[in-house]
Design a protein around this ligand. Structure first.
Ligand code: NDP
Length: 513
């Protein structure tokens, strides 16, 4: 057991999995609890060389915005400015689309699949080689814990390039009997919750299928996309195949409506998704929308409760709950709700909130002040509507945008915290008696992105999965991602799939032989 007087042991404990941690009240067996804590385990920032100013990446070059404007990217954990970034104008977006069109026509669109594959494999390898640099930068720019950027975001991003590299010269097997042709220029807009991973979800299948790309990262997290521009250079990717154009939301709309764009892919809020849908209406552009969610994580009374608790915690507190498929509604069967809540509260008291660059941190910083305000407002609404709030006692850093892991019980289905996407570390607990009631309540949402089912019975899993109106249903696990597996929603969660062969389909036009 780790004690304050034995920091070496404390450090070694720090690397055990979250589920193995001992409660901090453990004593020596004489009934006396000894207070202890984990020693800090900060990841070094030295591996990242931040530039003072980043340009737009257009036609393989680092260029300033046409009007010279910049914006500042801020570290949400410290509120310190990290770097200035060129703020694109509509003229810059036009230049990027033209560069992508030229690269498509002159080079990439006609390149044999096996040649495209070589570039994708190269990118995957470079991402792996530079994984530490990417992980640290991603945590600094987004606020996510280093153990998540290091173990989830960056490896999965590389895995997407490996996976789609494999398909680039095998499109005839992906779509048997048809000829798969690229669409042309893909305009892609990504959010701030998984900046590099969302980039990989979008760029890898687009390039594998022979398209070129203009990508707009979110304004609060442009830096990993701009580091990716450096990877494109290092991989000798022909100029213009990938263009990275940071700028405000309106610039995203000028990409969506640009006549030189053949396909639009968006991940973000349902509100902006609807505007984008209108923006492409009346054109023949392809469109995929990956929008919000309000997933139900359903725990039946025969589920192994300790495992379910880990799954529920992972489902909602992973990445500060800033996850479109987060299990933000826990549906607990009435007969086990009390022990389940007790175990959850106990588990919440061991969650470490703080410095994203500390390897022990479970919950890092909220991505922006605006997002923190949104979470705070919705939590206040939950209390005002009569739900009971529980937050573990934990010290939050003096600076930065942090929010305590929060659990609400006694939540009505009509409550805002049960209906709206909070996009923060906030769990709403509802109960049910029968499987039918669970289905009814789980589907009682305008969203349809994901769901989770926890039960010992395989037959019950199949029964539930068939009835869930959600694009992805996890059974006895949550938040599992794999490049081979399609992901996406329906209803207000959008349409189209990313990942797997379905993800490739969105970037090709199929013709008869
Ligand atoms: P947005 O949907 O506004 O942002 C996502 C991306 O869209 C960003 O790159 C953003 O650019 C861009 N964008 C903004 N306005 C436009 C526009 N008019 N046309 C084209 N592109 C645009 O999400 P927010 O950052 O405002 O977050 C608000 C809420 O959305 C969150 O609280 C959460 O509930 C939800 N959300 C859901 C996500 C998901 O994965 N499903 C991801 C992010 C947010 P810029 O950053 O420059 O504004």
């Amino acid at each position: 057991m780790a004690t304050e007087t034995d920091p070496a042991v404390a450090r070694s404990d720090a690397v055990t999995s979250v589920g193995d941690r001992a409660p901090s009240s453990w004593g020596l067996g004489d009934g006396q609890a000894i207070p202890w804590d984990y020693a800090p385990a900060p990841e070094s920032r030295d591996v990242v060389r931040l530039k003072e100013r980043y340009g737009l990446f257009i036609g393989g070059k680092d260029v300033a915005a046409s009007d010279g404007q910049v914006f500042t990217s801020v570290n949400p954990a410290t509120e310190e400015p990290l770097a200035e970034v060129a703020r694109a104008t509509a003229a810059d977006m036009d230049a990027a689309v033209r560069a992508a069109r030229t690269a498509f026509r002159r080079r990439w669109g006609g390149l044999p699949g096996k040649e495209r594959a070589k570039y994708l494999f190269r990118i995957a390898r470079i991402l792996q080689e530079r994984s530490r640099e990417f992980a640290v930068l991603e945590s600094m720019d987004s606020g996510k814990p280093i153990k998540e950027s290091r173990d989830v975001d960056v490896p999965l991003a590389a895995a997407h390039f490996w996976y789609y590299a494999g398909w680039a010269d095998k499109l005839e097997y992906a779509f048997p009997g048809r000829v798969a042709k690229p669409l042309g220029v893909a305009g892609q807009i990504i959010p701030w919750n998984f900046p590099l991973l969302m980039l990989a979800w979008k760029i890898a299948p687009a390039l594998a299928a022979g398209n070129t790309v203009v990508l707009k990262p979110a304004s609060t997290t442009p830096l990993s996309a701009l580091l990716f521009a450096d990877v494109c250079r290092q991989a000798d990717l022909p100029p213009g195949v990938v263009n990275i154009v940071p700028g405000p939301g309106e610039i995203g709309m000028s990409l969506v409506t640009h006549p030189g764009v053949d396909k639009v892919a968006f991940t973000g809020s349902t509100d902006i998704g609807k505007k984008i849908y209108k923006g492409v209406a009346g054109t023949d552009k392809g469109l995929t929308l990956e929008l919000g969610g309000k997933a139900a994580n359903i725990v039946f009374d025969d589920a192994p409760l300790d495992q379910a608790v880990e799954g529920v915690v992972n489902g909602i507190y992973f990445n500060q709950g800033e996850v479109c498929c987060a299990g933000s509604r826990l549906l607990a069967q009435e007969s086990i709700v009390e022990p389940l809540i007790e175990k959850l509260k106990d588990r919440l008291s061991t969650i470490r909130v703080g410095d994203p660059l500390d390897k022990n941190t479970d919950v890092g910083a909220i991505n922006s002040r605006a997002q923190l305000e949104k979470i705070t407002e919705l939590v206040a609404a939950g209390r005002a509507e009569g739900a009971e709030m529980y937050q573990p006692a934990c010290d939050l850093p003096d600076r930065g945008y942090f929010f305590r892991p929060t659990l609400f019980t006694n939540v009505a289905q009509s409550s805002r915290i049960a209906r709206e996407e909070i996009f923060g570390p906030v769990l709403s607990v509802l109960t049910f008696r029968t499987p039918e009631e669970a289905v009814e309540k789980a589907n009682n949402t305008p969203y349809g992105l994901s769901a989770g089912v926890w039960t010992d019975k395989g037959s019950r899993i199949l029964h539930m999965v068939k009835r869930m109106k959600a694009g992805v249903v996890w059974a006895n696990t949550f938040n599992r991602f794999d490049p081979t597996s399609p992901f996406g929603g329906y209803k207000e969660s959008g349409f189209g799939r990313e990942g797997g062969m379905h993800g490739l389909h969105a970037y090709v036009r199929l013709e008869d032989r």
